[in-house]
Design a protein around this ligand. Structure first.
Ligand code: 13P
Length: 249
């Protein structure tokens, strides 16, 4: 089956709202490509102005995080219906930076994934090993555990629409992109894992991105791999280079 590619930028904690609008306007003509899904995941405070700026284009604005409760005394958090109210369709869940700096665990990731589906928001579920784990030879075991817990109590119909981002931690922001073989090997293993949890139809439907130092130079080869359905791009998504990544062919 051929899966539609999804190429997402993760802006992380960069750009003020006015800078964000300027960047959307700059990138708009460069990322025009109706053959792929293009998502800009931006800081929460910039979601609304970026939505306005992206109106009438192929760009979808996503969030970088979301809380797993509906509302209440959770100072500083963003509820799912706050995102859907302004038209957000995608949310990054369980990025390694959130796991490392904000103590997110596989369990909180699972709660957020389920909550996102309850609100018809597509989660971009992040997983990835550290350099130490890769050197210890436990990469696939570690990622299978992340995936199995992230998808606990998620139905096959929901999982079919999910996006998984495989981002080796040692490749994030380091300029050290995984080799095409390393990226394909893990993305294929993730698909096998989804097949075991659900069935072959779900494994074939789910989209799996690679992330970690993706640039215009590496995108084409990565995205041509049979199990890599696009990318989650950090640094290069803040530059005109993102246009080349979206138009990688
Ligand atoms: P870089 O592309 O800057 O390595 O970041 C990858 C990432 O963490 C995207 O979520």
């Amino acid at each position: 089956m051929s899966r539609r590619k999804i190429i997402a930028g993760n802006w992380k904690m960069n750009k003020t709202p006015s800078e964000a609008v300027a960047l959307v306007n700059e990138l708009k003509p460069l990322v025009a490509n109706d053959e792929v899904d293009v998502v800009f995941c931006v800081p929460a405070i910039s979601i609304i102005p970026c939505m306005e700026a992206a109106k009438g284009t192929n760009i979808k604005i996503g969030a970088e995080n979301m809380y797993f409760e509906e509302s209440g005394a959770f100072t500083g958090e963003i509820a799912p219906n706050m995102l859907t109210d302004v038209g957000v369709k995608y949310v990054v869940i369980g990025h390694s930076e959130r796991r490392e700096y904000f103590a997110e665990t596989n369990i909180t990731v699972n709660k957020k994934v389920k909550k996102a589906f309850e609100h018809s928001i597509t989660p971009i579920v992040c997983c990835g090993e550290s350099l130490e784990q890769r050197e210890q030879g436990v990469t696939i075991d570690f990622i299978r555990q992340q995936i199995k817990i992230a998808f606990l109590d998620v139905t096959a119909d929901q999982a079919k629409t999910a996006v998984i981002a495989y981002e080796p931690i040692w490749a994030i922001g380091t300029g050290k992109v995984a080799t095409t073989e390393q990226a394909q090997e893990v993305c294929a293993a993730i698909r096998v894992c989804i097949g075991e949890i659900y069935d072959e139809a779900t494994a074939q439907a789910i989209r799996i991105q690679y992330g970690g130092s993706v640039t215009a130079a590496s995108a084409a080869e990565l995205f041509a791999q049979p199990d890599i359905d696009g990318g989650l791009v950090g640094g290069a998504s803040l530059k005109p280079d993102f246009g080349k990544i979206v138009n990688y062919k």
